[in-house]
Write a protein that binds this ligand. Structure first.
Ligand SMILES: *Cc1c(COP(=O)(O)O)cnc(C)c1O
Length: 388
């Protein structure tokens, strides 16, 4: 790993994570506790260290998207309750029970299948009922036409043997978008959620943990925090809304100037010859490419940050390398560190130029990029996910 650290690495600032946690908790108030969304290896930040930090900070729950992700956390000694937000094949009910993972239940059929499996295994599976209030992904539909049927179905599901219905939740589709339409839709989704929870409670079906607020809602609708709120992207200090709360980016993706080349005018650079030097050019070759997660659509568009200024990417990004223009930065030398994304070079802007969202760029930081974790200003751990 020492050698790969001189190549490309991701610094994970756990102090920034702690700062973001405090800001978000203060915003939501003491009645709403944080469920840390650590799916997809904590959006590329490293689920184990992020979860450890959230556990220490006092988070109430964690959320993942597969049983394997939950097992990884249990294997690392994480004790917090974990919710599997996605669809688990019923054959993995034994693992849910063995690792004490709470399962989202997205339909009556799913409830029946988990109930039977848990009974056969002699266990009791903790579940959170998922309501579809307008995302059309998973959940008991809560639109006006299907409300009554779903209320009955949830009531039956909660009474099944082998299941312990601890929570109920929904997910917003446009809570992070401005405009009256989006606002109206988010509030409609909330009314459906709240209406269903109240209707069930009126019949004596009660849930300890009711939750709906993702990042967009935590920023735009803090009044919708219920027992838990579930921020992902903003807790990592990224996404277009993180700046509104002054949150700090947790990841800095860094690489080095591998070598420096002098290129004459009219020289083409990289595959496809999409860039032609206009003048004698001092070019840096960087050991980072799309296989590290630097999206190829950023070719000729993005730049890296150096303390002396920014250096634009020249030509196509290759699998393992890319070239940058150092002509105006004579102080930048071979071996110097540069920031690809991070506090000085916003991944949000890169995402805009790549035609995607910041989520996709941090999730894409690949397993050959070591993560270096810093806490209280010091390095506390390193991880390389290659099978070495
Ligand atoms: C991913 C996810 C979240 C977190 O979303 P962000 O936009 O990152 O805050 C919350 N809830 C569910 C159900 C999710 O799938």
């Amino acid at each position: 790993m020492e050698s790969t650290l001189k190549r490309t690495w991701a610094e994970i600032d756990l102090d920034a994570l702690a700062y973001n946690y405090e800001v978000l908790c203060r915003r939501m108030g003491p009645a709403s506790r944080l469920m840390g969304v650590v799916k997809a290896d904590a959006y590329g930040h490293g689920a184990v260290e992020v979860s450890r930090t959230l556990e220490e900070l006092g988070a109430a729950y964690l959320a993942v998207s597969s049983v394997d992700e939950a097992r990884e956390l249990r294997g690392a000694g994480i004790r917090l309750p974990i919710l599997q937000l996605g669809m688990t094949p019923v054959e993995q009910t034994d693992q849910l029970l063995a690792h004490q993972v709470t399962q989202a239940v997205w339909s009556e059929d799913a409830a029946l299948a988990f109930s039977r499996a848990a009974e056969e295994l002699g266990g009791r599976l903790t579940v959170h009922i998922k309501l579809d209030t307008g995302m059309s992904r998973l959940g008991f539909p809560c639109d006006e036409g299907r409300f009554e049927a779903s209320r009955e179905a949830v009531r039956r599901a909660c009474a099944l043997p082998g299941l312990a219905a601890e929570g109920i939740f929904t997910h917003f589709a446009v809570s992070d978008e401005d405009g009256e339409d989006s606002r109206g839709y988010t509030l409609l989704q909330y009314r459906r959620f709240d209406g269903m929870v109240r209707a069930l409670e009126a019949e004596g079906v009660r849930f300890t943990l009711r939750h709906c607020a993702n990042s967009g809602a935590a920023v735009g609708y803090p009044q919708l925090g219920r027992d838990l709120f579930r921020p992902g992207i903003v807790s990592y200090g990224i996404g277009h809304q993180a700046g509104l709360l002054g949150l700090r980016p947790v990841m800095a993706l860094k690489t080095v100037i591998g070598t420096v080349r002098e290129l004459p005018a009219d020289t083409s650079v990289s595959y496809g010859r999409t860039y032609l030097t206009r003048q004698p050019t001092r070019a840096g070759v960087l050991p980072i490419g799309y296989a590290d997660g630097l999206h190829r659509t950023l070719s000729n568009r993005w730049r890296v940050w150096t303390p002396c200024g920014t250096a634009p990417i020249l030509g196509r990004i290759c699998m393992d390398m890319c070239m940058v223009d150092l002509t105006g930065l004579p102080q930048v030398r071979e071996g110097d560190e540069v920031e690809v994304y991070g506090p000085h070079n916003s991944v949000n802007e890169a995402a805009g130029l790549a035609g995607t969202i910041a989520y996709e760029l941090t999730c894409a930081v690949s397993k050959r990029v070591p993560r270096v974790y810093r806490r209280n200003g010091r390095e506390i751990a390193r991880e390389l996910l290659l099978r070495t």
